[in-house]
Design a protein around this ligand. Structure first.
Ligand SMILES: [Zn+2]
Ligand SMILES: [Zn+2]
Length: 285
């Protein structure tokens, strides 16, 4: 993609960015943000983010991802009061908004400069993920059931089918999993295997977070063409492609738009072409 606005020097060179996590994302984010933003490091702050909600459903995430990001940064600031730069990561696995039966992994990364009040959040969606659920009634079924799990880089949890909590987490060997399943089956007829979704136990998810961090860095080095604030460049699809028959704006995408978070200047790259009248509200009244 061609540059949207002028490239700018990082205003955060040499500084430390604090990241609330227990899940080992610090080195990954440092490897992206040190060379691109010139920051010294992304230092992990041991905030137990699982208390804010977990993937395995033991704790619900209230109020959505943006609230969770802000809460995590506030918790980290409490632990590092002298800190200026903070980041937070948040992910979820859910059904695709429009494609039936397709699951997606959504990730968010937030960067905040608490001295200036500048903040920037990026979101990424992928269908490439390791997120499996298999049920077994006997340890003999394990060999087949474990086939999709990509052990030992990706870890497995063992619990009861459909139950929110799990009994065993972070299992990476067939022996550990067999033992956990045997323990569950002593009391229950069926045990459930689930992929660990925490980033340090799911390298596929960690790769997705890494790619998102690259987008974040790119955006932080791009200035708004109007007011020169950093953070310009996250495309948002905009509807409004004109109808081929009557020219009325339809729900079809008309090209990406970028908005400056500081001055709200919008650059809209309109695509050429017309929309099928089937999508036109005017022609289908
Ligand atoms: Zn601006
Ligand atoms: Zn029309």
């Amino acid at each position: 993609m061609s540059a949207l606005g002028p490239r700018i020097a990082s205003p955060w060179a040499g500084q430390t960015v604090y990241l609330p996590t227990l899940h080992g994302k610090g080195p990954t984010l440092t490897s992206v943000l040190a060379p691109t933003l010139g920051i010294a490091q992304v230092q992990e702050v041991p905030v137990d983010t699982d208390k804010l909600g977990t993937f395995c459903g033991a704790v619900d995430r209230p109020n959505g991802p943006l609230f969770a990001l802000a809460t995590k940064i506030a918790a980290a600031k409490e632990m590092v009061p002298e800190g200026r730069l903070f980041m937070a990561s948040e992910g979820s696995f859910r059904p695709h908004p429009t494609v039936p039966l397709q699951m997606v992994n959504l990730e968010w990364l937030k960067f905040a400069d608490l001295d200036t009040g500048f903040e920037c959040t990026v979101q990424g969606m992928t269908t490439t993920m390791e997120n499996h659920e298999r049920r077994v009634g006997h340890v003999d079924e394990l060999h087949e059931a474990l086939a999709p799990y990509r052990l030992p880089e990706h870890a497995v949890m063992v619990g009861l089918p459909g139950a929110p909590g799990v009994f065993f987490k972070a299992l990476t060997t067939r022996e550990q999993i067999a033992e956990a399943v045997a323990t569950v089956l002593r009391e229950h007829p069926v045990a459930e295997l689930r992929s660990e979704l925490r980033a340090h136990l799911n390298p596929t998810r960690l790769r997705h977070i890494r790619r998102l961090a690259m987008r974040l860095a790119n955006r932080l080095r791009t200035a708004c063409p109007k007011c020169e604030a950093p953070g310009f460049g996250e495309p948002l699809p905009r509807p409004g492609l004109p109808c081929a028959t009557c020219g009325f704006p339809t729900s079809m995408p008309s090209g990406p738009a970028w908005q400056c978070q500081a001055c709200h200047h919008i650059e809209h790259r309109k695509v050429k072409g017309k929309a099928d009248p089937a999508f036109c509200p005017m022609c289908n009244r």
